[in-house]
Ligand binder design. Structure first.
Ligand SMILES: [Fe+2]
Ligand SMILES: [Fe+2]
Length: 449
């Protein structure tokens, strides 16, 4: 009958169950006991309903209750009904004669009996019926137990899922935080790098006070031109770095050479001056990240027509970044010679005459707006109704305004651009220039009004 359990596991499984048999006739109980003596499950007997109830209440794992119907005191139906209180799931079975058919129906309806065996019974049939009932009870128990296991496993799985979600969320959060930290670190390193470049550029400007802000202005103009030309972000950044450091080679030059404008240099000074792009490239070559900028710096004095230095490159042989820096560098030196509301336009007009010789034609149009953006507001601040002149020291007059930083012939810084001349500083300057005569004149501006 049982296809789920094999005989060994069936025996093992059934041994935990008890069958309670109740009959008022002792010889019947003895017969029953003998009949079931070889079964794995336990058989216990009571010879009254009251004793049977006591046994049911005290015994665990009662699988089957078999009761005679006709007993003094408490009959089988009543006993089975009352036994439900202590073993509600046990399978109940009534032993009854054919004449007791009515009470059998009551026992089945009220007492929860599901089987009855007619007296006298056939031993093999009784044995098999009880054995089947115990097995059925076991299967129901087992089924319930497995459902419990499945329910518990399901709950554990749900818990695990929930925890997994939380863990994933937590770990995602941690990864995000680490990424943010990495980004911050890389931003800080980038800021340090940019700060170092700016500090180097400031050192160059300090070394050559005639060109204060020159590195920053050249970089701003170069970036503006390169952006207008549609260069990539990386190219623009390399150009910015190169522009900031383009004159770093001037650190190796003497104060005298630095103090004199290019057109006032003698041949030896000029040769020395023309070395500064290569010196700059050599100086930064040890820093791998700066090498691309080093190449641009090397060529920032090349001219479009090939008349520049150090390599005499021409046209498109000149790296584009170098040509851009060269244009910006040139512009920032030129602007110091122009005053008034139209200073930038006048300067651009002058520079336009060099397009095709010193300046690459395709770059020049990009300079226009870049130069206006950078200089217009500054020129407005320093006054726009000045006319400019170059005068000898003896011609200095009160109220004149220096349009360039003023240096002695031997390179000593004397007065900054924008200073207004008065009796005292004119006397001092004339005394200095008598001892240390200038090669050129002093650049001054005068209000026209
Ligand atoms: Fe230079
Ligand atoms: Fe320069």
């Amino acid at each position: 009958m049982n296809t789920i359990l094999d005989s060994k596991s069936e025996g093992d499984a059934l041994s935990r169950y008890t069958v309670i048999m109740v009959d008022d006739e002792l010889n019947i109980l003895q017969t029953l006991k003998r009949c079931f003596s070889r079964e794995k499950f336990r058989i216990i007997c009571a010879n009254s309903g009251a004793e049977g109830l006591k046994l049911v209440a005290e015994t665990a794992n009662v699988a089957v209750i078999v009761s005679d119907q006709r007993m003094p005191g408490m009959n089988g139906s009543e006993f089975l009904t009352r036994s439900r209180e202590f073993a509600p799931d046990a399978i109940r079975m009534l032993l009854t004669g054919f004449s007791d058919i009515e009470t059998t129906v009551v026992a089945m309806n009220e007492g929860g009996a599901t089987h009855y065996i007619g007296k006298p019974w056939e031993e093999t049939m009784l044995l098999q019926t009880v054995r089947d009932c115990v097995t059925q009870y076991h299967l129901v128990r087992e089924n319930l137990r497995q459902q419990e296991v499945i329910k518990t496993q399901y709950e554990e799985l749900e818990d695990w899922n929930r925890n997994l979600k939380e863990r994933v969320l937590t770990q995602t959060g941690q990864i995000r935080t680490q990424l943010e930290e990495l980004k911050l670190l890389s931003r800080r390193q980038e800021e340090k790098y940019v700060g170092t470049i700016a500090a180097l550029a400031a050192l160059i400007d300090m070394r050559d006070p005639r060109s204060r802000l020159h590195a920053a202005n050249t970089a701003a103009l170069s970036v503006s031109i390169a952006t207008r030309m549609g260069l990539s972000k990386t190219e623009v950044e390399t150009i910015r770095t190169a522009a900031l450091l383009h004159d770093i080679g001037k650190n190796a030059m003497s104060d005298v050479t630095l103090a004199i404008f290019e057109d006032g240099l003698n041949e030896e000074d000029r040769r020395h001056y023309s070395e500064h792009p290569v010196l700059a490239q050599t100086a930064i070559d040890t820093i791998e990240e700066l090498r691309p900028a080093g190449v641009l710096i090397r060529h920032h004095h090349e001219r479009y027509d090939g008349s520049g230095f150090p390599d005499g490159l021409a046209g498109t042989d000149i790296p584009l970044g170098s040509a851009i820096i060269s244009l910006a560098d040139h512009c920032d030196r030129e602007i110091n010679s122009f005053y008034g509301a139209n200073a930038v336009s006048l300067m651009l007009e002058k520079m336009a005459t060099q397009v095709g010789t010193g300046i690459a034609p395709q770059l020049f149009p990009c300079l226009d707006q870049a130069a206006h953006d950078l200089y217009d507001s500054r020129i407005k601040e320093r006054g726009n109704d000045l006319i400019q002149l170059e005068v000898i020291p003896a011609k200095l007059r009160i109220g004149m305004i220096l349009t360039r930083d003023l240096f002695s012939a031997s390179g000593l810084f004397l007065l900054e651009a924008g200073s207004e001349l008065n009796v005292n500083n004119i006397r001092s300057l004339q005394r200095i220039f008598a001892l240390d005569p200038l090669r050129g004149g002093i650049h001054i501006g005068m209000h026209t009004g």
